[in-house]
Design a protein around this ligand. Structure first.
Ligand SMILES: Cc1cc2nc3c(=O)[nH]c(=O)nc-3n(C[C@H](O)[C@H](O)[C@H](O)COP(=O)(O)OP(=O)(O)OC[C@H]3O[C@@H](n4cnc5c(N)ncnc54)[C@H](O)[C@@H]3O)c2cc1C
Length: 405
């Protein structure tokens, strides 16, 4: 099964590569590629067979993501969010009704948006201010989320909020499944996409600010993790570990693609009467790039196959942090070196290197910055939960964070 999907990804890669520049220049979402992903069974491949997917493992997904990211990082990000992150949280923790609602949408091409970050709660995600207050059989959502990938194109949204009971007493952090259909203009969920960011890279992917102003959500759409709301944030963030590994795989794929372009160019381009490939200074750069790519791939595979403690359905937090940290920093360096090997040609847009250089930059920021990941890894080495870790839980009324037990 894995082979079929990886083969399909390899077959699609040339057409994705051919269209990548167009999505970048026109800043448009890759709808055409999504139709291909749906036909190939790649969207929702991780969804269990009983809900119409293929039950592919996280390792299968990251292998497919790497293949696609070699030619189009934008499309690879869609595959990440169409299999990991939000949808994997729903499939692991959701009610039968939630799963039955979400799975067909993803299998038909929807890339769910995961809505955690707020203007005043980035790395300190547990300081989020968005609230969901119970009112009869409903919750009323208020707050703002920003830098939401897919805001304005995604139908499914997993919105993290502080859950309050009817008396306004906080119960913990939960996720709410909200549906909207931005293409038809039918915003059933009642929230607003306030603005779209102008980004350095991955320009076809909308990064948007969403506003929730007294948005009513039926209580059946509350995604309550198994350990309950009090520990809900830690559980929801553990689902995010799969997305982190996926993000690392996109960075890895960009690096591997850039390395392949550089290799071909060194064999082709002549200076001083010889192919560039004969110059030792460039050979050693290529060898270092290759070694780093292989190391990142091993870390990512190790993370993808791992599971957190207590029978978690998701990759181990430290392994995921380590793999994403290494892959993202490695990829920025490798793409930079590949561009260097092309000389002026790499700086212009007749080669894909300048796009890859811009695309790869985000991976030390989105989905946990390099600094936050280092803090998590250090906390694990030292055996402590640091206040800065994203699985720490902080009540709005607290001035000091409370680690999730
Ligand atoms: C392209 C892109 C896509 C994204 N997609 C999503 C999405 O789909 N959903 C979502 O919810 N969010 C998303 N984000 C938001 C992302 O998760 C945040 O940007 C990230 O968590 C960092 O938050 P911040 O930008 O507010 O930076 P800040 O938290 O303000 O940090 C600023 C700088 O300070 C450093 N820093 C902060 N705290 C510490 C500390 N304790 N020790 C050392 N250094 C520290 C950071 O590493 C960073 O370098 C996305 C971001 C980007 C760029």
């Amino acid at each position: 099964m894995t082979h079929t999907l990886i083969d399909a990804a390899r077959e699609l890669a040339p057409s994705f590569g051919a269209r990548a520049q167009e999505w970048d220049k026109t800043r448009s979402y890759c709808w055409q590629n999504i139709d291909d992903l749906v036909s190939a069974g790649i969207m929702g491949m991780s969804i269990p067979g009983e809900y119409g997917g293929r039950g592919a493992s996280f390792l299968d997904v990251v292998s497919v993501v790497e293949e696609i990211a070699r030619s189009c990082a934008l499309t690879a990000r869609v595959v990440v969010e169409g299999n990991l992150g939000g949808i994997s949280a729903v499939m692991a923790y959701g009610s039968a009704a939630q799963k039955a609602f979400c799975a067909p949408l993803v299998l038909a091409g929807d890339k769910p948006a995961i809505c955690i970050t707020e203007p005043d709660a980035g790395s300190a995600a547990s300081q989020m201010q968005t609230t969901a207050r119970k009112k009869g059989g409903k919750y009323i959502l208020n707050g703002t989320k920003h830098w939401i990938t897919g805001g304005g194109v995604s139908k499914l949204h997993l919105v993290f909020a502080r859950v309050m009971n009817e008396a306004g007493i906080e119960q913990g952090i939960g996720g709410f499944i909200l549906f909207a259909d931005p293409r038809s203009g039918d915003c059933l969920a009642g929230f607003e996409v306030v603005r779209r960011e102008h980004t350095l890279g991955l320009c076809g992917m909308p990064e948007a600010e969403l506003r929730f102003d007294n948005v009513e959500v039926d209580k059946k759409w509350l995604l309550e993790p198994p350990s309950g709301l009090k520990h809900g944030f830690a559980d929801l963030m553990s689902a995010y570990n799969s997305q982190r590994v996926g993000a690392g795989a996109v960075a890895l794929g960009i690096a591997a693609g850039a390395h392949e372009h550089a290799k071909r160019y060194l064999l082709d381009r002549k200076q001083f009467g010889r192919p560039l490939a004969e110059f030792q200074g460039l050979q050693w750069m290529l060898a270092d790039m290759d070694t780093q790519i292989h190391a990142a791939r091993l870390l990512l595979r190790d993370a993808a196959q791992s599971r957190g403690p207590d029978g978690s359905a998701f990759p181990d937090m430290t392994k995921a942090a380590r793999a994403k940290l290494f892959a993202s920093e490695m990829a920025i360096k490798v793409v930079n070196d590949a561009l260097q090997m092309f000389g002026a040609r790499g700086y212009g847009d007749q080669e894909p290197l300048e796009r890859m250089y811009r695309d790869v930059r985000m991976f030390t920021i989105g989905g946990g910055t390099a600094q936050v990941l280092r803090t998590q890894i250090a906390g694990s080495i030292l055996g402590i939960k640091t206040p800065q870790s994203r699985d720490g839980y902080m009540r709005l009324s607290d001035t000091t964070p409370v680690a999730a037990e």
